[in-house]
Design a protein around this ligand. Structure first.
Ligand code: ADP
Ligand code: MG
Length: 223
């Protein structure tokens, strides 16, 4: 029953988003169509515009995969060891961090960090946070991932030394489609917040412009 409830909550979120999603997808489609017409008419040189078409298509693809990861029916809520989950997420993100020349600093701790949750949804949270941290870091930056037990909670921190978030923007972080990136979707943190909320957790942001940002995720410890 709880599984059904969580699924219907997610569908409700998707319903609220649908107008925005259509809008976000229509823009690149309009541009793709426009360029194709110009190419067909011979007005523009095809090879000069291939990369624009590609960028627009990738944007649609990114929106679809962000939403799909969220909408997918979740597994059972099970006991998860966050140290094990983070290990595999960091491994997964290594390719992307190399591409950006960013070092992921993570030492798998010996302790156990048990929480009750859905494996793929929790992984999604850390993929989103680490991806943002990498994207915010200058070339040759470092992203630190830190795990700790605090009384009856588990705390995960993702810290970067990147661009930071201006104070007036903090209120909009996590709003659907809020992005400052040319290729952003503005869906990552919205989805992250929903997932954390469904796991009865909290997320805090500490950020200083040009110094960096720390996202802290606090989840109830599972006994
Ligand atoms: P996207 O990454 O597609 O832009 P997100 O929801 O993941 O969407 O993030 C929304 C916005 O929050 C980003 O565009 C960026 O402006 C800001 N942001 C998120 N994480 C960080 C970070 N670690 N450092 C600086 N800004 C960040
Ligand atoms: Mg993001």
């Amino acid at each position: 029953a709880e599984k059904l409830l969580r699924q219907s909550e997610k569908l409700a979120v998707l319903g609220e988003l649908s107008a925005g999603v259509v809008h976000e997808i229509k823009n690149p489609l309009t541009s793709i169509k426009g360029f194709l017409q110009l190419m067909q008419a011979g007005t523009i040189e095809t090879k000069d515009y291939i990369s624009i078409l590609n960028t627009e298509i990738e944007h649609i693809e990114q929106i679809a995969s962000d939403l799909l990861g969220f909408a997918k029916p979740s597994d059972e809520m099970k006991k998860q060891d966050l140290s094990v989950l983070l290990d595999s997420v960091v491994f997964l993100m290594n390719a992307q961090s190399k591409k950006h020349n960013v070092e992921l600093n993570w030492a798998a701790p010996q302790d156990e960090y048990p929480v009750l949750g859905d494996e793929s949804q929790i992984k999604q949270v850390f993929v989103n946070l680490i991806k943002n941290a990498i994207e915010a870091s200058e070339e040759h930056g470092t992203v630190e991932i830190h795990l700790s037990n605090r009384d009856d909670q588990v705390v995960i921190q993702v810290q970067d030394y990147g661009c930071g978030i201006p104070e007036e923007m903090l209120n909009h972080i996590g709003d659907s489609f809020f992005t400052t990136k040319e290729k952003g979707t503005g869906l990552g943190l919205m989805i992250t917040q929903k997932i954390i909320h469904n796991h009865h957790g909290k997320i805090n942001i500490h950020s200083i412009v040009n110094e960096g940002t720390t996202f802290s995720v606090i989840l109830p410890k599972y006994y």
